[in-house]
Design a protein around this ligand. Sequence first.
Ligand SMILES: [Zn+2]
Length: 81
Amino acid sequence: MHVPERTCVGCGKKQAKHLLRRLVLNEKNQPRLDRTQDAPGRGAYLCGPGCLAAAVKRKALQRAFKKNVALDVINLEAVLQ
Ligand SMILES: [Zn+2]
């Protein structure tokens, strides 16, 4: 069976989509966790909280969403735990 894969924006590793956390932007351009992975719009994928710092450093979230995002790293890290 085909398993859809996505690339983690932090470490760049490919993983099965269901093993990754999907982030989407809310109306304030803040990334939030998409728990059901089916929110409309552009998404960014992360393995977990460990990859968030790398993604922030590489500005990978801005790239994935193609806009400036209002990053609240502390908050985001907490929801990824
Ligand atoms: Zn990763």
